[in-house]
Design a protein around this ligand. Structure first.
Ligand SMILES: NC(=O)c1ccc[n+]([C@@H]2O[C@H](COP(=O)([O-])OP(=O)(O)OC[C@H]3O[C@@H](n4cnc5c(N)ncnc54)[C@H](OP(=O)(O)O)[C@@H]3O)[C@@H](O)[C@H]2O)c1
Length: 323
């Protein structure tokens, strides 16, 4: 009887371990050095961004952490400087819901006249209240896409100064559910219901990937490459407004199950590191692999051109110096 019990325990542990490994994925083994190279990461105050920041600081990057909340940002900066004393870390305010904040940040970066090796567009929101930003766009749309569009275009001149530079955009499987090109006005005001919040998120990520395809074509044969990363499902603060997890009882009751099938930020960070450090990571990355499993509609040149024109119009006051 003891023999059977022992065997059952061994099999159960082996199965649990295999399930966990399957969902967690592999570690990025790239050893490329980032010593002295400037890397900017948005939304570095929690989740995947914070995990990536720690990894990059310990690899010697000149890290520029950005966040929308000054208090959180300086706590993270202090914590990282203590944990990685040899790291070269600087924190700067950058709120993607404000075009002015984006422009001010880029002005400061440009003043230093240093080449930027990488821009990691990680910041994002999910199921956010559908409010309008001061610039007149839905919060989810501006945080996850339009702010990223402006930030990226404004930073292109300093990215072009490095020998090899990369732009890494955090995508999501939710972009796959979008099949029509919704009008930009949809995002100024929409009725609040769970379906619409999910749609707003999916649409913002669809626009991000559509923009990435277009930008990657425009930058073909230059020193700057563009990559999208789908991190999978990751246990982070982003789910705080998500109805199935917003209720504390349900959150804790589901926790034991999530431990096995939902990644922790450090596991998700591996895909971002791969996009940044692998010699040829490819355009769309899941786990540590290049994949074609993204929404085919992001290849639509008409959509891409329409979005490009509308986005430039929306950010026109801040884009006067770029083509
Ligand atoms: N977690 C997942 O399962 C999952 C799946 C697919 C894709 N993603 C993507 O992965 C990225 C990182 O998300 P996460 O899961 O790590 O979530 P998270 O822990 O909530 O981190 C999001 C980060 O973005 C920042 N942020 C939010 N609004 C901002 C704004 N207006 N300006 C500047 N920064 C802002 C947050 O700042 P505060 O700390 O001040 O809130 C935080 O630092 C997002 O783009 C997300 O869409 C996540």
């Amino acid at each position: 009887m003891w023999y059977r019990f022992g065997l059952t325990v061994v099999v159960a542990v082996a199965v649990a371990f295999s399930v966990r490994q399957y969902f967690y994925g592999r570690r990025c083994k790239c050893r490329a050095s980032l010593k002295g190279r400037v890397v900017i990461i948005t939304g570095a105050t929690s989740g995947i961004g914070l995990a990536v920041a720690k990894e990059l600081a310990s690899r010697g990057a000149n890290l520029i952490l950005t966040g929308r909340n000054l208090c959180k940002l300086s706590k993270v900066e202090k914590h990282l400087k203590k944990e990685i004393p040899e790291g070269n870390i600087e924190a700067q305010l950058l709120d993607l819901t404000s075009f002015r904040s984006i422009s001010t940040f880029v002005e400061q970066i440009s003043k230093s006249n240093q080449p930027v090796h990488a821009l990691i567009n990680n910041a994002g929101v999910f199921y956010a209240n559908p409010e309008n930003t001061a610039d007149g766009f839905d919060v989810t749309f501006q945080t996850n896409y339009l702010g990223v569009f402006l930030l990226t275009l404004l930073l292109l001149p300093v990215l072009k100064k490095d020998n090899v530079a990369r732009i890494v955009n955090l995508s999501s499987a939710a972009h796959n559910f979008v099949h029509t090109y919704p009008k930009l006005e949809y995002h100024k005001v929409f009725d609040d219901c769970p379906e619409n919040r999910f749609q707003a998120y999916g649409y913002s990520k669809f626009c991000l990937v559509l923009f990435s395809v277009k930008l990657s074509k425009l930058l073909y044969n230059t020193n700057v490459s563009v990559h999208c990363v789908d991190p999978g499902n990751v246990e982070t603060n982003i789910f705080h407004n998500f109805p199935p997890l917003a209720d504390p009882w349900r959150f804790y009751l589901q926790k034991p199950f999530r431990v096995f099938v939902i990644k922790r930020p450090l596991e998700a960070a591996q895909s971002v590191l791969h996009a940044l450090l692998a010699p040829k990571p490819g355009f769309y990355i899941k786990g540590l692999e290049q994949t074609e499993e993204y929404n085919p509609d992001v290849q639509d040149l008409v959509y891409a051109e329409q979005l490009w024109i509308e986005s430039r119009k929306a950010c026109a006051a801040h884009l006067s110096s770029t083509k």
